[in-house]
Ligand binder design. Structure first.
Ligand code: PMP
Length: 564
């Protein structure tokens, strides 16, 4: 068997629709298109045997139940689970991760640790943050190195308190693929290992048993299936000790007014009526994927990804853009697509003044669909020091003509006009003059009766600081602050003026305080301001964490250094 891109694309009706004759769809990491067989299976369910499952005794209910259990078996085979009882249907990856965070963390002790990477999608971050707060757990992160988690440092991130390791199998923002084969050995056998395979299942066949994974999850809509349905694989012995998440019908064996007995897995985790038509669609999608030569498809996609990267790299030599992604994990060596699942992310060159949103609109005018934003991986984009990126993501139906159309449209952008704006941004004229906080007074803070009230006042001040993305250049970044802070300075008629930007709420409040003390002062005036004494007098020092105190000192030093 081999992979025939044209025949593959032919099966997707959206591309045959007259409205989409010229469409170049490169937003597959957000959602893929669906082949006709998936749409047909959903229509077939509604038009032939729609009924609720597992409950009624009539023929349609039996048919619907048989369909759901058949698809469960297909899903088990898809990831090579030991049995279909290890597959739970969820609404998608987000729901699966919430189920795991709530269930697994309930069994942990305060101080236990959960290890994530600094490049996770918010769906594999926020549920753990919520559980950590609830059960007093500690989150730790595999640090980043050159824009991807430093996987070689994984073993040293696992401590004796680590109970759960939950990692993405591929970054939705940058596309790098996690080296799954070495994961279990790197984290040891004593932790629960969770893999968020949302961005990987469309591109590669994964074997949960060979990889030693305890839980693996993904959303069907990212691998040619319907929205509203996802699969969660759970190793049988892990599922046995996992408490149920949502309560309701279907997940119980006996209910009294006082208490209930829960069903065995997987039904214990499937309260209420599932999205049955979507399960029918998922079944057709799994059959569709099984009908492909997946190894050949993966080779095709990785060659296309290499072509995309090479072409964009060329473009970046001529335009003020930079490519954040590459085939990079194996020291830059191209290795059949396992390094990158088909994503390229572009950012503007520092100071060039082009907004990625404008490029996104430009591409849309050429009927080219991409995505601009932080792609639900905000800590990653903050860490990389980039704002919004323009993400291009491939699927099996894309081809070289799509990449050529993208590159041609990007090249034809009116870049000459951008350079005029770029000069403006470099001078930061777009954001000067600085905000005026003269109506605020230190006594607004000092007079608050308690630390909690003072803190609330500080966060109210934080809301007054306007975001200034144009400042976010490496040259403006304050060293020594845990959260990134950018400051620019200018001296106008002997007066020192500052602009500050940061995402941290507390630092925004502190920035307003600093501007109140230091902005628009002459050198002589600045010499008389004792910031540290004011800070101590306000009683902030002893309530802020050590890292915030250090951050505050770094800001003061930076501002003073600029003025001198
Ligand atoms: N994890 C990753 C890596 C993702 O890319 C996404 C979706 N972008 C999710 C989780 C969440 O998926 P869903 O919105 O389908 O629940």
């Amino acid at each position: 068997m081999s992979f025939d891109n044209a025949a593959f694309k032919q099966q997707f009706p959206l591309f045959q629709h007259p409205e989409n004759a010229a469409l170049v769809y490169l937003d597959n990491a957000a959602t893929t298109q669906r082949p006709q067989c998936v749409i047909d299976a959903m229509v077939d369910f509604y038009s032939r045997f729609n009924a609720n499952t597992h409950r009624s005794s009539h023929r349609l209910a039996r048919q619907a139940t048989a369909m759901v259990e058949r698809v469960r078996g297909q899903a088990a085979a898809f990831v090579n689970a030991a049995g279909s009882d290890e597959i739970i249907f969820t609404r998608g990856a987000t729901e699966a991760l919430n189920l795991l965070a709530a269930g697994l963390c309930a069994n942990l002790q305060p101080g236990d640790e959960i290890l994530l990477s600094a490049a996770e999608h918010h769906a594999n971050l926020v549920p753990w943050q919520m559980a950590a707060e609830r059960y007093q757990l500690k989150l730790r992160f595999v640090p980043l190195a050159n824009g991807a988690p430093a996987w070689e440092r994984l073993p040293e991130c696992v401590s004796e308190r680590t109970r759960i390791v939950s990692l993405t199998a591929a970054s939705n923002a940058l596309g790098f693929a996690t080296p799954l084969a070495g994961l279990r050995a790197a984290v040891g056998n004593d932790v629960v290992l969770i893999v968020d395979a949302s961005q990987r299942l469309a591109h590669e066949t994964l074997d949960v048993q060979a990889l030693g994974i305890d839980f693996l999850l993904g959303s069907a809509h990212k691998f040619y299936g319907p929205t509203g349905i996802g699969l969660l694989y759970g190793r049988r012995r892990q599922l046995q000790s996992l408490p149920p998440w949502q309560g309701g019908g279907e997940m119980i064996t006996r209910v009294t007014l006082e208490s209930s007995d829960y069903a065995e897995a997987p039904h214990r985790f499937e309260a209420g009526t599932s999205s049955l038509a979507a399960i029918a669609g998922l079944g057709a999608c799994l059959e569709f994927l099984q009908g492909q030569d997946r190894a050949a498809m993966q080779r095709y996609e990785s060659h296309l990804c290499r072509y995309l990267h090479t072409e964009l790299q060329q473009l970046c030599l001529q335009r003020p853009l930079r490519l954040l992604t590459a085939f990079r994990y194996n020291e830059g060596r191209y290795s059949e697509g396992r390094d990158n699942v088909g994503i390229a992310a572009l950012a503007p060159m520092p100071g060039c003044g082009v907004a990625m949103a404008d490029l996104g609109h430009w591409l849309d005018e050429h009927d080219i669909a991409v995505r601009v934003g932080h792609h639900c991986a905000e800590p990653l984009s903050v860490e990389l020091g980039v704002g919004a990126t323009l993400r291009v993501s491939l699927a099996g139906y894309n081809n070289r003509a799509d990449v050529d159309a993208l590159v041609a449209a990007l090249a034809s952008y009116p870049w000459d006009e951008v350079s005029a704006t770029a000069a403006d941004v470099e001078r930061e004229d777009a954001v000067w003059p600085a905000e005026d906080f003269s109506s605020l007074s230190l006594s607004d803070l000092r007079d608050q009766g308690s630390w909690q009230k003072r803190y609330r006042q500080l966060t109210r001040w934080a809301g007054l600081l306007q975001p200034k993305p144009a400042l976010r250049l490496d040259a403006n970044r304050v060293p020594g602050c845990e959260s990134p802070v950018w400051i620019v300075h200018r001296c106008v008629e002997g007066r020192h003026q500052y602009l500050i930007d940061t995402d941290s709420r507390v630092l925004q409040g502190l920035a307003v305080l600093l501007l109140l003390l230091l902005n628009d002062r002459t050198g002589a005036e600045l010499a008389t301001v004792d910031v540290e004494a004011q800070f101590a007098e306000l009683g902030l020092e002893k309530y802020l964490s050590e890292s915030r105190n250090n951050g505050f000192r770094a800001l003061v030093d930076f501002m003073r250094a600029r003025a001198s």
